[in-house]
Design a protein around this ligand. Sequence first.
Ligand code: GLN
Ligand code: ZN
Length: 768
Amino acid sequence: MALAHNLGFPRIGRDRELKKAVEAYWKGELDETGLRAVGRELRAAHWQLQKDAGIELLPVGDFAWYDQVLSHSLMFGVIPERFHQHGGKPSLDTLFGMARGVSKNTCCGGAHAQPLLAQELTKWFDTNYHYLVPEFTADQQFALSWEQLFEEVEEGKALGHALKPVLIGPLTYLWLGKCKGREFDKLDLLERLLPVYGEILQRLAAQGIEWVQIDEPILALDLPQDWKNAFERAYNLLQKEPGRKLIATYFAGLEDNLGLAAGLPVDGLHIDLVRAPEQFPAILDRLPAYKVLSLGVVNGRNVWRTDLEKALDLLQQAHERLGSRLWVAPSCSLLHSPVDLAREDKLDAELKSWLAFAVQKCREVAVLAQALREPQAAEVQAALAESRQVQASRAQSPRIHKPAVQARLAAITAADSQRQSPFAERIAKQRALLNLPPFPTTTIGSFPQTSAIRLARQSFKAGKLTAAEYTEAMHAEIRHAVTVQEQLGLDVLVHGEAERNDMVEYFAEQLDGYAFTRFGWVQSYGSRCVKPAVIYGDLSRPQAMTVAWIEYAQRCTDKLMKGMLTGPVTMLMWSFPRDDISREQQARQLALAIRDEVVDLEAAGIRIIQIDEAAFREGLPLRKAQWQGYLDWATEAFRLCASGVRDETQIHTHMCYSEFNDVIESIAAMDADVITIETSRSDMELLDAFERFDYPNEIGPGVYDIHSPRVPDSSEMVRLLKKAAQRVPAERLWVNPDCGLKTRGWAETEAALVNMVAAARQLRAELA
Ligand code: GLN
Ligand code: ZN
């Protein structure tokens, strides 16, 4: 009998209860007993929701106070020395200390002379979830040091649940960590780590656990040969430990690792058929006859209802071969889905009928499993009929399919994503017109978002400020930002983005084809959640989105005012996309909508327009073989949105990360006249890419790190700029911070920009 199981449930709670409790604990408003009670209630509620939905084997260990990778570091005793408690066991404060750092005035373990640096945070595969990077030393020891998993198993058992503990596998755990101190091969740690897994498996077996899920998502990556070999070694050893083991893979296809994964000496394998449907039916031929196959057919990464008939068709084929060895699951942990659609009381009924959040996805999994056992059951028939109706309504709905958008898309020609002239000609015209000094200075867009600004936005949304009052409040912010910039002597000014809550949501709210949820929160890191907008239909721009603000700002000054937009790829990456057309097509629709805004800004007299592509690199597929396909359409989308203007109009773009050595050709192919990027934290090392590749256009390598309140002096920035000038001809260099300044205060912002302008002036004097 096919079994319905789940790989993981969102831990934050449908009202973000975990966020609220954890933050209250940090502030000292909730004690540890209170916090633990909230955790217990959430786990109990989530198990019950899954069980009620029909999930037969419930995940345990998917709950985490901050991050599941961090929980594993504590469990394995991978606690950097700076967080060792004097003689004591790690505590909840050790955990939060590792996550957030410890400064003198936080509560963890008394007064420290030196603040303790938090562990590094980085993206979990290609999701927007961030995990805490384990820190390994060459002499790393591992020891079972954290009881949370076993306690939660007891808790679930007491509630009468059938449980399946979820562990991050040893290879994936090592892969995700980084070496501290002298370099060494992380694989050298494997032999030392495995006994801890053995101990955990024995403890779980003693608790009466039958199945354990071991997540090894790196099996869906391009793995070096020694890592592939290590998989066999590791699981040959773990084979001897008690308990039945299901290896879970997700986010991409197994491809060249399919044989390896299928052959590991464990009892089951989970694969993601949403991301990589082509793995089916090949997997059926490679799977040993004793093994369970879990098929992830319900998308754990998006908000759309599953086409149950399509999924069932595939499951039936597998069922014929596997019978009760077939399990049904979401594609990956539901950590990446919002919690419960039932909370959405403001979505209209039709749109709501197209969606499924974690609770609803569990129901879909259960119905599919039931459909294999009892195809004629009334509930099954009703669910299939409803699914059919949803698919039909989405396929035909005039809210989704807009002939005008499609006609425009169909009429795109190659010339549309081509500026009128090559860069060399454009830049000559732009220089003549803009008349900027060498090493022109600018900022990335936003200025400090003060509490007054946030209050004004909220009051306006709540109807407490009239449109006129709100406009005047924002105009006052713009005037202030302009005055400060003029006094600082910056060359290219910005309006400061006071009217924007978020660089994607601000535009999404003004586009047709986007919907917004009230409670569709997804954990990003720790207590931080994001609520991505949902692209549900063909996208278009009913009217100008930024022109009035930028025009007003330009009227406030004789200097050049830069228009500020978010690019199509970033809009797409930070939204829930449609699943009925490709990401590429959605990026094109977004590009056309933004292109209209670019053209309108130009018509309003704006001569410099920046199109931010903060998430450009994030979109890279996990497998290298798929990179070029992505880069081609992403680059094309950017060019499509940037190419509607005359040669004289200068297009800037901004990307806030430094690793782009491996994609520099595509960044050049975007053909922005100027790109501003993060480089200060890497001490301009990123510009080493320019040794290998001659980046042709202008570039503003960030000269100071806006992520820190520290105000660098101008000699530091001069040094960085001189370093940059060794790689990039001086006449192509701009001077700017690393990123937008919205998280900083005005005092430090002004102090840093005074120094930045001084640095630019010094360079002009020395190198002119
Ligand atoms: N223009 C945006 C800002 O300054 C860019 C933000 C970003 O790159 N993340 O805030
Ligand atoms: Zn940035």
